[in-house]
Design a protein around this ligand. Structure first.
Ligand code: PLP
Length: 379
């Protein structure tokens, strides 16, 4: 049996998404900037896709800008806010994805901004009083806080954060890469100026995403070139990717409730089964209502390192992860778990679920873990 429980890293593409993309790989190959019929066909497909995305977020199509994914969207929001709006102060947290954390740190190192870190508790919850304190005592600020953490799943009280930002006239960017397609995200209700998306997190293709920019904010482009994306991102559009993204968000939105019930059921079941099977297992981050239903981060009662445990799971056909896929090659352990003060001597493993996972796969995984720990205890 092969079990894929690393859906926070990426998800398998839905066959309906692939079907929507195929004609644009075969017969509809015109450059969307060309004025002839071939070009007009792909141009209208892109604008149709933009409308689908805008509808899912309840915003205007003109507020959606297609990018190469979540990383580019985060970079564009952060760097171009600082450059265009003359903002010199940013607030973020120690558990942001590197797409946000490293971008802000580069700006800080270059002397372009002052960076403040809002306090978080050991489960990754943001201290809202501290956030207010930081906003009160600084000039106009960019607040960048993720909607759900990709490693531990803790959810931000995003509406409250939006209200606080609005009270202090701050610009609010939220990395919604892990929640897009899994929750209804309406930037106007959240009072967010920017939200971001990577299509591959909800059964869309890799290498495509978007940045939502609220109409009230005008920033300069980050990538210069042609007039694509209304002069906001030069370069021939990733037509195939954009078509796939739109199909994926359409499907995710249409079936959101049913997927949420199925996946949160699997997460709850796995947590209960692990608690029964392995004495001393604990969980990193929030696991109840305040947590992303696709992620369960487990801390096991063993001094064996996490790499060994992941290796043994891999041998058994089970794919999980020690943290963010993007930093797994860096061999420094998870910056998120370190940021939370988690005991790094105990192996932590992130299991993340999708609509395609089954209860049988969870049973198989829990049994394998039970075996692995039984061997270690008796060895
Ligand atoms: C929270 C978060 N932000 C940003 C990204 C980067 O997105 P992409 O892979 O589309 O560049 C990821 C992907 O792992 C993520 O989980």
């Amino acid at each position: 049996m092969k079990v894929y429980l690393d859906n926070a890293a990426t998800t398998p593409m839905d066959s309906e998404v692939l079907d929507a993309m195929l004609p644009y790989m075969k017969e509809h190959y015109g450059n969307p900037s060309s004025i002839h019929a071939f070009g007009r066909k792909t141009r209208s497909a892109i604008e149709g896709a933009r409308k689908i995305v805008a509808k899912a977020l309840n915003v205007a199509p003109g507020e959606i800008f297609f990018t190469s994914g979540g990383t580019e969207a985060d970079n564009m929001a952060i760097c171009m806010t600082m450059e265009t709006l003359g903002i010199k102060h940013a607030i973020t947290s120690k558990i942001e994805h590197h797409a946000v954390e490293h971008t802000l740190q580069v700006l800080e190192r270059e002397g372009k901004i002052k960076l403040s870190w809002v306090n978080i508790d050991e489960k990754g919850n943001v201290d809202l009083e501290h956030l207010e304190e930081l906003l009160k005592t600084n000039d106009r600020t960019l607040v960048s806080l993720m909607h759900a953490n990709n490693e531990i799943g803790t959810l931000l009280p995003i509406v409250k954060v939006g209200e606080i930002c609005s009270k202090y006239n701050a610009v609010f960017h939220s990395d919604t890469v892990q929640t897009m397609g899994h929750y209804l995200i309406e930037p106007k209700n959240i009072k967010a100026h920017f939200v971001t998306c990577g299509a591959h997190k909800f059964h869309g293709p890799k290498g495509v995403g978007f940045l939502y920019i609220d109409n009230s904010i005008k920033i300069k482009p980050m990538i210069h070139g042609g007039a694509q994306e209304r002069n906001m991102r030069g370069g021939t559009e990733n037509v195939i990717g954009i078509i796939g993204l739109a199909k994926a968000i359409e499907l995710a939105t249409a079936h959101m409730n049913e997927h949420q019930i199925h996946i949160s059921g699997l997460k709850k079941y796995m947590k209960e089964q692990l608690e029964l099977a392995i004495a001393g297992v604990e969980f990193n981050g929030e696991t109840g209502e305040n947590s992303l239903y696709t992620v369960l981060n487990c801390r096991f009662p063993n001094t064996e390192n996490a790499e060994m445990l992941l290796f043994n799971l891999d041998i058994a056909g089970i794919a999980a992860s020690g943290g963010s896929a993007c930093s797994s090659g860096s061999n420094q352990g998870s910056h998120v778990l370190r940021g939370l003060g988690i005991d790094m001597n105990r192996p932590s493993v992130r299991f993340s679920f999708s609509k395609y996972n089954t209860k049988e796969e969870i049973d198989f995984t829990v049994n394998k873990l039970k075996e692995l720990f039984a061997v270690r205890v008796t060895a």
